[in-house]
Design a protein around this ligand. Structure first.
Ligand code: CDP
Length: 793
């Protein structure tokens, strides 16, 4: 490949490169099996914890008998909710101002809920002893279908909340209802559609787990845990467990995929901490796959009605939606406090509209808690699906080409910064070239000709389009906080005497390649080769405070912090260079990696020379302290708004209703690109996620609340066999407020691809009169749609 290794990332002409395709530094250890994941942590005397989970969705706990489990020879402790309640630890706050049971005390509220735990000498004994716990459940009627949650007489799930008489979770509204109604009333065309974004699961390769080590002598807790937000978790532990924050060290080691599912605090983490404090020994808890699927944060689960208003010529005027959100038994969403529905407000998409309105009601059901932002910036996936389905539906109704309709309505470059009708300010965008590039890569006109030919022969070929704008990089902190913690990120940069460096970040990679790209940012700004820059992250004792990695916020927030820290170091380096070259600082020019005297490139000092001087015994200019380091806490001015145009081509087998994604063209714009190879990888992964959600994935439940998808035999994930060779392309529209012009990319493809695939399948089935179909587009659903069978409720 053209991709260079980190060591090759220095030009011969002494111009070290920062940005560009570079193989990942971290892969040196991953491909050799040298990673350290939570389950690799082994401590002397370590015990093992297993959790007993509810077999039913809704029941009163009439009694618990733990005596037989306690008598097991290898068992060290058995703990129930009642015992936690004595320590005031039976309930914990969620990251969305709700509470969640750590261990059930009064009732169980979903199948898989944590009821008790066992600590034993080994993992097997702990599991065996779970079977010895005897629980007497009084079964209650469950609420499984969100549409019945607010019906009169529906069983009340959250009886723990004083005075609660229904299953209402929250209401939320955005946009202007009256203005939107007026535009709809005068519109020539109104199209509506009911759609379900089903409950799906982030399903990371590595399940959740923790190793807690509480030192009773000095009162220090060290917790290795699978968290995407180690600092925020530490603060929460201090508040919940009462251990002073400075005595808690959270280490998030190598993480095998997070996708938003490792942002919430799960009961297992608290159980491991409690277990270590009561046994005085280190305690490990690792979920199995089934526990991960059935009890950790799900995503989506929105039932939406969309309406779009337009003129006959295809000018889109307004969009309106009503959403019913299923939040499960506890509101376990991790979202900025002011945004209970996440960033769903961007459902106005990439179009110039006159009005928009959304009304949402969220309810509790007897299902696992969550609503996590699975590879998306807080509910943007649902928002993009809504608008992109509605625009294609409108094209269908008006018999217009779906690409032409989008081109007609996309925002124009001169409209940026653009304030949407729901109050979001898109920082920059140049949409038409992105759309045109996707059409060109696809050979769009030729594809449509091919489709016409195939249709004439009765073949089912579809072309689907989506154009999305994402909002990534939460804060700013004045608008965005998680449980009162402002969404800003720290960064510390230290250049050693010999000119190598270490950069310490508040964010934490879960596979996105931060050890490479953040070294490249420092390289770009300071001219230190990326291989000479170590990236430290995922350890609260070693890194500055920040809110963590999710919602593609690392590059927009911490990436900016890293660039600014490097610039601070450069400012200081300039002063030192001026002393070394005996010229005024203003007479110095910076050329990657060195200051030289203006007009005299041969008189220069490198950053490495300067680092040695900064730490050496020679004189420094007045007022300049020794050392070469800087610290920054970056509070973003705004979110960044990447965008993209996706075109999907599908073929449907008329005899089996199997959908084959034949081609997928993705043109993304994430502003300045740090490492195009990593960006390609992020897009490939996200597109694969999209195929999974569109065609295969759904957390399903029976009417009693039994989860039917508790294993990867039933919860289908895509493999290389289900996906085509991705065809990617890029445009570059820098963010005006990010110091590097970079926008996030991590989640764009997951967000943008499902509507393109669904639109393609519906396009293929159009000759059969199919205008709507809900994900996942399994063969049986497509088969039913082809035969006019009504959609499942
Ligand atoms: O927060 P998260 O790392 O998941 O998302 P991100 O900030 O979008 O970054 C994902 C990966 O792509 C990181 O390694 C970034 O540094 C890299 N990236 C890039 O090279 N250029 C960009 N403009 C955006 C991200």
């Amino acid at each position: 490949t053209n991709d260079r290794t980190p060591a090759e990332f220095v030009n011969n002409d002494q111009k070290p490169l920062g940005f560009g395709r570079m193989l990942r530094k971290e892969d040196r250890r991953f491909v050799r099996g040298k990673g350290t994941f939570c389950d690799d942590v082994q401590l002397p005397g370590m015990l093992h914890l297993a959790i007993l989970r509810s077999p039913v969705a809704h029941a009163r706990i009439a009694g618990i008998d733990i005596s037989a489990a306690e008598a097991h020879p290898k068992v060290k402790a058995v703990v129930t909710g009642a015992m936690l309640a004595e320590r005031n630890l039976a309930w914990m706050p969620t990251l969305s101002n709700d509470v969640q049971a750590v261990l059930a005390t009064d009732k169980v509220r979903f199948q898989g809920q944590e009821v008790a735990f066992v600590v034993a000498e080994d993992r097997y004994a702990a599991r065996d002893a779970l079977e010895l716990i005897d629980i007497d459940y009084d079964i209650l009627d469950p609420v499984i279908d969100a549409r019945t949650a607010l019906s009169p007489g529906a069983p009340v799930i959250r009886t723990d909340v004083p005075g609660k008489e229904n299953n209402h979770c929250f209401d939320w509204e955005t946009g202007d209802a009256e203005e939107t109604a007026a535009v709809f009333a005068s519109a020539e065309v109104v199209v509506s559609e009911d759609m379900v974004y089903p409950r799906v699961h982030p399903a990371p390769l590595e399940t959740c787990g923790a190793v807690a080590d509480y030192d009773r002598v000095d009162g220090r807790l060290t917790l290795w845990s699978t968290t995407q937000a180690p600092h925020a978790h530490r603060t929460l532990y201090a508040l919940v467990a009462g251990i002073p924050e400075h005595k808690i060290r959270v280490i998030s080691p190598d993480i095998g995929g997070g996708f938003g599912g490792k942002v919430p605090i799960y009961p297992g983490y608290i159980c491991a901490i409690v277990a270590s404090t009561i046994t005085g020994r280190p305690v490990k808890w690792m979920e199995d796959r089934s526990e991960n699927l059935t009890s950790t944060g799900f995503a989506r689960d929105y039932i939406m009605r969309g309406e779009i208003a337009a003129n006959r010529d295809g000018r889109i005027l307004a969009i309106r939606t009503n959403v019913l959100a299923d939040h499960g038994a506890f509101n376990g969403v991790a979202t900025p406090v002011k945004y209970p529905a996440g960033f769903f407000g961007v459902f106005t998409g990439s179009y110039d509209l006159q009005a928009a309105h959304c009304k949402m009601t969220a309810v509790y059901t007897n299902k696992a808690p969550g609503g996590v932002a699975y590879a998306c910036s807080f509910r943007i996936t649902e928002a993009v699906y809504l608008i992109e389905r509605m625009v294609s539906r409108l094209a269908d109704e008006l018999d217009l080409d779906a690409a032409e309709l989008r081109l007609k309505n996309l925002l124009r470059p001169q409209q940026f910064p653009y304030r949407t009708k729901t109050g979001w300010v898109y920082d920059s965008g140049d949409y038409e070239p992105t759309m045109r590039k996707a059409m060109e890569l696809a050979g769009y006109a030729e594809l449509r000709r091919e489709q016409a030919g195939r249709r004439a022969r009765g073949e089912l070929m579809g072309i689907g389009i989506s154009f999305f704008t994402e909002a990534v990089g939460a804060g700013p902190r004045k608008d965005m906080d998680i449980l009162g913690l402002g969404m800003a990120d720290g960064c510390e940069l230290r250049v050693h005497p010999t000119g190598t460096a270490v950069v310490r970040l508040a964010v934490q990679t879960q596979g996105q390649g931060h050890e490479t790209t953040f070294a490249q940012i420092i390289a770009e700004e300071l001219g230190i080769p990326p291989d000479d820059v170590d990236v430290v992250h995922g350890d609260t004792d070693q890194t500055p405070f920040g809110l963590g990695t999710y919602g593609s916020r690392s590059t927009p927030v911490s990436g900016a912090a890293a660039a600014l820290a490097a610039r601070k170091v450069r400012d200081k380096a300039r002063l030192i260079a001026s002393a070394m070259l005996e010229v005024s600082a203003t007479d110095l020019e910076w050329r990657k990696g060195a200051f030289h005297v203006a007009g005299d490139p041969s008189t220069s000092v490198t950053i490495q020379d300067i680092a040695m001087r900064a730490h050496g015994s020679g004189d420094l200019p007045d007022g300049v302290e020794g050392g070469l380091e800087a610290q920054v806490c970056y509070n973003p001015e705004n979110l960044t708004y990447p965008h993209g145009a996706y075109i999907c081509v599908v073929d449907i087998d008329p005899d089996t209703a199997q959908v084959k994604v034949r081609r997928f063209i993705a043109v993304d714009d994430c502003g300045t690109q740090i490492n195009p190879m990593i960006i390609d990888g992020q897009v490939h992964g996200g597109l694969t996620d999209g195929v999974g959600m569109a065609l295969m994935e759904m957390m399903a439940f029976d009417e009693d609340g039994n989860c039917l998808t508790g294993s990867l035999m039933d919860y289908l994930l895509p493999t290389a066999l289900e996906v085509p060779d991705w065809e990617t392309g890029y445009t570059v529209t820098p963010s005006p407020h990010h110091p590097l012009g970079a926008k996030g990319i991590g989640e764009c493809a997951t967000v943008g691809s499902p509507p393109a695939i669904v639109n393609a399948v519906i396009d293929a089935l159009r000759p059969l009169g199919v205008h709507a179909i809900d994900m996942p587009l399994t063969p049986s659903r497509v088969w039913d749609a082809m035969r006019g069978v009504p959609r499942p409720p």
